[in-house]
Design a protein around this ligand. Structure first.
Ligand code: SF4
Length: 379
């Protein structure tokens, strides 16, 4: 069995007002930031070294996420990578990804990472329109044309670009222009996230999450789906599109219930029925990298399997479920699935002796609701 490894780098230049991820602003005096990064690096290396039970396993995906991992400095990222190489068997074809902000698109930032084996770089743009960036309090600036050109010139990597739809006040024309700009670059991978207004964020104070806003978001999502498919991108997960063969192998592990290890503040790992959580607070993490173990009940694990499997456009099959849990889909779940099929929110078809379920286009637009109804009997 091959594992994925997730490394969390929880630092950002500031806090965007829609963001509910755990990240802390980097201290402004350069020296203070470097001291914090060095302490965090020591903690990460200690964390990786302490997980002896996994040392020696095969790892075929590594993902540096955040926060803004590139803020951490390429020499620290390289130190983490070489620690991973010394404790795990990183396969020669491993997918090694990093997230970055537009300001990091310069060749002098990316090339040392690429030379060290990073082969997939994703840049979070969200939108090119300044007034929409201000509307959601997006702190990193939009990339310039020359930054994007430099990024696309690095041939050895898979290029990923993240954009956002459903931003309050955005018009269809503005969304179309964002998608047009991104697709004209021909990145191998595009993520389109529907803006979620989380109640614990500053953005929630300025947006009414009422029916008309939800309808506006649904229209934006459908528009993005149609335009990207027209541009030749394969829609393979609710928020993810790629040119054929360039899906994120690391993220697929989350959606297909495969194991992964997580290192860093707030990171978690997953090994079947057991999930490991690390403390979220950076200061606590620097002092003790102790994981809490959360042993999932069979029901909770089944709910998780369905929640993640239905995120994929190809959905899940009964046989995958049976192979994972050595039992058939519970009757209570089959009843819910069939109800949702009748309501045209799920599609079901036969594949040999087994059945496969996936979201319909209508279901994708209200996926949280549909997925909740599927798993409700297990909660
Ligand atoms: S850069 Fe990304 S992770 Fe950092 S605050 Fe903004 S949205 Fe959140």
């Amino acid at each position: 069995m091959k594992y994925g490894v997730y490394i969390h780098i929880p630092f950002c230049k500031g806090k965007c007002s829609y963001c509910s991820f755990y990240s802390i602003p980097v201290p402004t005096p350069h020296g203070e930031a470097n001291a914090l990064f060095d302490s965090y690096l020591r903690a990460l290396l200690g964390d990786i070294a302490s997980h002896k039970e996994f040392h020696g396993v095969s790892v075929d995906t590594v993902y540096f996420g955040g926060g803004t991992p590139t803020l951490f400095g390429h020499h620290r990222i390289l130190t983490v990578l070489s620690a991973l190489k010394s404790f795990f068997r990183i396969t020669p074809d491993a997918e090694i990804s990093i997230e970055c902000n537009p300001s990091d698109l310069a060749e002098n930032v990316l090339l040392p990472l690429v030379e060290a084996g990073i082969n997939r770089v994703t840049v979070g743009i969200q939108t090119f329109h300044e007034h929409l960036r201000r509307r959601i309090g997006r702190i990193p600036a939009a990339p310039t044309e020359s930054q994007l050109e430099q990024f696309m010139r690095i041939f050895e990597i898979v290029h990923g670009i993240d954009i956002m739809c459903g931003i309050p006040d955005a018009t269809e024309k503005e969304l179309a222009r964002d998608i047009e700009t991104v697709t004209s670059l021909k990145p191998e991978h595009i993520s389109v996230y529907l803006l979620t207004v989380e109640s614990n964020t500053p953005l929630a104070k300025t947006v009414f999450n009422d029916d008309s806003f939800l309808e506006f978001q649904r229209q934006q999502l459908e528009f993005a789906m149609d335009m990207l498919s027209h541009k030749g991108y394969v829609h393979y997960e609710i928020s993810n599109y790629c040119l054929s063969g360039y899906h994120s192998r690391h993220n697929m592990k989350y959606w297909t219930f495969h194991p992964y290890l997580g290192f860093g503040a707030g990171a978690h790992g997953f090994t079947g029925l057991v999930r490991y959580y690390n403390t979220q607070k950076v200061e606590e993490y620097i002092q003790f990298q102790q994981y809490q173990k959360d042993v999932r009940s069979q029901r909770a694990a089944m709910a998780e399997f369905l929640m993640t499997g239905l995120r994929l456009i190809e959905g899940f099959s009964e046989v995958n479920f049976e192979e994972t849990f050595h039992t058939k889909l519970p009757d209570s779940i089959v009843v819910c699935l069939n109800e949702l099929v009748r309501e045209n929110l799920l599609r079901c078809w036969h594949e040999g002796n087994t059945r496969r379920y996936c979201l319909t286009r209508e279901g994708i637009c209200i996926s949280d609701y549909v997925i909740y109804r599927c798993v409700e009997p297990l909660l």
